[in-house]
Design a protein. Structure first.
Length: 236
């Protein structure tokens, strides 16, 4: 995962998810979504818009201002629907990583059971990887699961198709998005056991867990919603 420097010259890892409003599970790609997937969405949704390019370019300008390089986890189909956007992110010196092909729930949000056949998952993710590599001109080695729904079998599949790291595991006291036990997971990068998310021995893929703030309970310390609800002091 790419690191940048703050104005105090301290190391910090910054990631940005590049997805659109219709990628949320209430709209597309979940057992309770209005549309089966984004293919179904675009076959029925006729309004034309671009809510993604402007905010992304403003984010790039802010990062340039502070001379920070970040990792952008991009949904593969962004390459098709927003031509030039991935190229622009890469041209500014940022890492392009994969955030799935169409942002479906890979495991069921309620049961945590697989919602996609492992071979279908591998094929779709490999296609997204190749699309992002073609657009960016660089090898894509990182992955983040849609909606942070992750399980050990997914890590195994990612390793098989040549990903070097994942950043999806978020351990906290408020919600549970993993299909494998994470009782021994901290915020320190680690190698997951095979078919598991528990801490294991060295292998070809490493996990970068998400940050948290501990004050009697484990509070998520990442993302827009937490920033809006709890303020910057939790994240920073």
């Amino acid at each position: 995962m790419q690191r940048g420097n703050t104005i105090e010259d301290q190391s910090i890892s910054i990631t940005v998810d590049i997805e659109d409003w219709y990628h949320v599970p209430s709209v597309c790609g979940s057992p309770y979504s209005e549309f089966r997937d984004t293919v179904d969405f675009f076959s029925k949704w006729k309004d034309r818009y671009d809510y993604l390019t402007g905010p992304t370019m403003r984010t790039l300008d802010i990062l340039d201002r502070f001379d920070v390089r970040a990792t952008f986890f991009v949904v593969g189909e962004v390459v098709e629907h927003y031509p030039g956007l991935v190229e622009a992110i890469s041209a500014r010196g940022h890492e392009i990583a994969c955030h799935s092909l169409r942002h479906p729930c890979i495991i069921n949000p309620r049961t945590k059971e697989p919602a996609m056949d492992p071979e279908v998952f591998k094929a779709a993710t490999l296609l997204a990887k190749r699309m992002l590599e073609k657009a960016s001109g660089k090898k894509v080695i990182g992955y983040r699961a849609p909606n942070a729904l992750i399980s050990g079998w997914m890590i195994d599949a990612l390793e098989e198709i040549d990903f070097e790291y994942d950043s999806s595991v978020n351990v906290n006291s408020f919600f549970h998005k993993t299909g494998s036990p994470v009782d021994d997971v901290t915020t320190i990068p680690y190698y997951p056991r095979r078919s598991s998310l528990s801490v294991g021995e060295k292998r070809g893929i490493v996990e970068f867990p998400w940050a948290r703030f501990e004050a009697g309970v484990k509070i998520p310390a990442y993302g827009g919603p937490i920033l809006r609800f709890l303020g910057s002091s939790i994240i920073l």
